[in-house]
Write a protein that binds this ligand. Structure first.
Ligand SMILES: *[C@@H]1O[C@H](CO)[C@@H](O)[C@H](O)[C@H]1NC(C)=O
Ligand SMILES: *[C@@H]1O[C@H](CO)[C@@H](O)[C@H](O)[C@H]1NC(C)=O
Ligand SMILES: *[C@@H]1O[C@H](CO)[C@@H](O)[C@H](O)[C@H]1NC(C)=O
Ligand SMILES: *[C@@H]1O[C@H](CO)[C@@H](O)[C@H](O)[C@H]1NC(C)=O
Ligand SMILES: *[C@@H]1O[C@H](CO)[C@@H](O)[C@H](O)[C@H]1NC(C)=O
Ligand SMILES: *[C@@H]1O[C@H](CO)[C@@H](O)[C@H](O)[C@H]1NC(C)=O
Length: 415
């Protein structure tokens, strides 16, 4: 089939989705995520490509790849991309044998070049594993299972869309794919790749995470910290002989939560928010606790270089009276800021035909600093990721693949 218009492709999609089941209503998703009206041979998918996406998505979801146990899925991707004709580099992550899959056209390898543009997402999922399930609901066919959304939907659609785009060009585009491990556990895979590629600058990166098929204009920054309190233990019947670490920790948490509304906001990302997510300490009800701590994550709405230090200073400031009171009682309250912090990344949105929206969740983007233009897009929403009902519709997959095609068209049109 040489030329397919977008109207025809929607028609074929309906046929395909409907094939084993009842007729399909396209309205639900189409109204929320409009397919871009303009389209090209290099972005509009054929029925064969749509089938390839659905099958690849199913295969990927059926290979469990919980963080720290991704090798089988990485191996599958390496073989799949090799069969498509790509040169695959396995970039080691840590010393456990796991690796990132970095694939680019053999023609680039032969000329000794790395790709200038990276299309990337992550292989790992959170636990537990839920197998793939294709189910029709309310006339729409859905793919359910762990990772369908986060992020095997992006992976399957990126591979087919990128390959289609590359084949549509007369000259091999300087374009590669990178599928990393460890995204859910602090971005270990992307950090390893960033260091592996430290001497390389990429012209652009297309990152795949669930954004409801829209181009994300930015996401919040991150600051992790721990309050560590040391007091003095004593029997609960002689509390004056001790200093309760828990009491000072409680004071510190109250002060921090009172500060939250005053943290810097931005027009794009709204409020900076914080979460005291874990507390620990104490031994028993009848012992004055000598140790207590709390782990906190602050999601920073501002993108300025000093955004993190501004928030750090505000936290230190609001807590200084508590620190002083603890010190006067011979206790210590330490505020330990993590060194892996970053202000909110602002992303590129200059692709015609795609809707724009901001997102709140964290991505691997800040870990790969050597990228010029940065785009973030993927099917479905983060709200279903990490849940037992993680799933998306087949239309959302097709629309994401076409959206990736649009981004690539626009990136390579400007050369
Ligand atoms: C379609 O392709 C042409 C030629 O490759 C390009 O100039 C145009 O920008 C493309 N349109 C879209 C919407 O991608
Ligand atoms: C199907 O429709 C019912 C009733 O309107 C609704 O509660 C349910 O959430 C729908 N399911 C999906 C997957 O949209
Ligand atoms: C990267 O660049 C640094 C500084 O220019 C150089 O010392 C190092 O050998 C380079 N590493 C690689 C792998 O090319
Ligand atoms: C917090 O305290 C608990 C219990 O004393 C301890 O196991 C844990 O390592 C501490 N965590 C931090 C980050 O200090
Ligand atoms: C703190 O420790 C010092 C030195 O050990 C002691 O003199 C002082 O009384 C202690 N203060 C309190 C409030 O326990
Ligand atoms: C951050 O701290 C960890 C452990 O505290 C250390 O291993 C790591 O090298 C530090 N990273 C930087 C960039 O300083």
């Amino acid at each position: 089939m040489a030329i397919i218009t977008s109207i025809l492709s929607v028609f074929f999609l309906a046929l395909i989705s409907a094939a084993p089941q009842a007729p399909v209503a396209l309205s639900a998703v189409s109204s929320a995520v409009p397919t871009p009206s303009a389209s090209n041979q290099s972005t509009t998918l054929t029925t064969k490509e749509i089938d390839e996406i659905f099958n690849l998505h199913e295969d990927l979801v059926n290979i469990p790849s919980i963080s720290n146990d991704e090798v089988k899925c990485a191996e599958f991707l390496s073989e799949y991309l090799t069969e498509l004709g790509y040169y695959v580099e396995k970039v080691p992550v840590g010393d456990t044998g796991t690796y990132d899959v970095f694939a680019y056209p053999q023609a680039l390898k032969d000329e000794g070049f790395w790709p200038e543009v990276l299309v990337t997402s992550h292989i790992d999922t959170v636990s537990p594993f839920y197998p793939f399930e294709r189910r029709e609901e309310n006339g729409t066919v859905y793919h359910y299972g762990r990772g369908t959304v986060d992020a095997k939907g992006p992976i399957a659609t990126m591979i087919i869309a990128t390959h289609k785009f590359a084949q549509s060009r007369t000259e091999t585009p300087s374009l590669g794919m990178l599928f990393v491990v460890g995204e859910e556990i602090g971005g270990t895979g992307m950090k390893a790749f960033a260091s592996y590629a430290q001497n390389t600058t990429f012209r652009a990166g297309v990152f795949g995470e669930p954004t409801q098929g829209k181009l994300a204009s930015g996401h919040k920054g991150s600051l992790r910290l721990v309050f560590e309190v040391k007091g003095k233990s004593a029997h609960s019947e002689y509390p004056w002989l001790g200093v309760s670490a828990i009491n000072y920790l409680a004071e510190a948490i109250v002060a921090l939560n009172m500060l939250e509304p005053a943290l810097p906001r931005s027009e794009l990302l709204d409020a900076t928010t914080l979460n005291v997510g874990l507390i620990a300490g104490g031994l028993a009800g009848n012992v004055v606790p000598d140790i207590a701590n709390a782990s906190i994550v602050v999601r920073i709405a501002r993108s300025e270089d000093d955004a993190v230090s501004v928030v750090q200073d505000m936290i230190s400031g609001i807590l200084s009276p508590v620190v002083a009171r603890a010190g006067a009682a011979n206790a210590t309250l330490d505020i330990v800021f993590s060194n892996t912090t970053y202000p909110a990344p602002i992303l590129d949105t200059d692709v015609e035909g795609l809707e724009v929206a901001h997102v709140f969740f964290r991505t691997d983007i800040p870990s790969l600093t050597q990228v010029g233009k940065r785009y973030l897009l993927g099917p479905r929403t983060i709200e279903v990721a990490h849940t037992p009902v993680e799933g998306l519709s087949q239309e959302e997959l097709v629309q994401a693949a076409e959206a990736y095609g649009f981004i690539l068209e626009s990136l390579f049109a400007r050369e």
